[in-house]
Write a protein of this length. Structure first.
Ligand SMILES: Nc1nc2c(ncn2[C@@H]2O[C@H](COP(=O)(O)OP(=O)(O)OP(=O)(O)O)[C@@H](O)[C@H]2O)c(=O)[nH]1
Length: 194
């Protein structure tokens, strides 16, 4: 069982939000910004939270913010910057666009940590989710080398590491829905109000 003092929560809130057209972390569900849902789910499980974003508007949430070391290079770069800034062995990485996420689901990742694997990620409906995952800090080195080679595909980066998938039960799948488009935003609103 991992002690929370050895775990940092890292929220990715950079990127272009091209499909949505507006910064996804500030979208609201029941008058609460998406990024606050990520913060609230992490808070009971970690000793510190970092937001990785170049947007200073995130400072309003009272959470330490760090900037991308590699600019405009996507989630691999966001994860790298977060791991580099972290001072703990374990790091819960979360995107800022999954407002239905719960601490209970994140706890499953923590409970599955072992000496062998570098990344523990969720798997939902046959799809692995490296943006709801527990990363060892040492992964930063692998990601750095890939970014130096201009490799930005997260799936490729994750598969260079020792990775384990945790399969979710059917009733938990809705909690991992992420929002990229207006249509997905509506779907999540409907799920929330169900
Ligand atoms: N820090 C950081 N986070 C990123 C970066 N690119 C994407 N993210 C985050 O990674 C998560 C998944 O991002 P995507 O939905 O794949 O990409 P996006 O740029 O947000 O959106 P699209 O432009 O529509 O693809 C979100 O939480 C983003 O905020 C980046 O370059 N830096």
């Amino acid at each position: 069982m991992l002690d929370k003092k050895n775990i940092t929560g890292i929220i990715l809130a950079g990127g272009k939000s091209e499909r949505m057209g507006t910064d996804k972390g500030f979208l609201e569900l029941n008058k609460k910004p998406f990024v606050q849902y990520s913060i609230d789910a992490l808070q009971p499980l970690v000793s510190k939270i970092l937001i990785v974003s170049n947007n200073p508007e995130y400072d309003a949430f009272g959470i330490d913010r760090i900037e991308d070391v590699f600019k405009n290079a996507g989630p691999v770069a966001g994860i790298y910057s977060g791991l580099e800034a972290s001072s703990t062995k374990y790091n819960l990485i979360l995107s800022c666009d999954i407002p239905l996420i719960t601490s209970e689901i994140l706890q499953k990742l923590i409970d599955s940590a072992d000496d062998t694997h570098d990344i523990i990620q969720l798997e939902s409906d046959g799809k692995s989710m490296p943006l709801i995952a527990l990363y060892k800090k040492q992964v930063a080195k692998t990601f750095y080398n890939l970014l130096q080679q201009d490799e930005r595909r997260l799936r490729i980066a994750v598969n260079k590491c020792k990775v384990k998938n945790i399969v979710l039960d059917k009733h938990q799948i809705k909690h991992t829905m992420n929002v990229n488009t207006q249509t997905e935003y509506k779907t999540v609103e409907n799920e929330y109000n169900d």
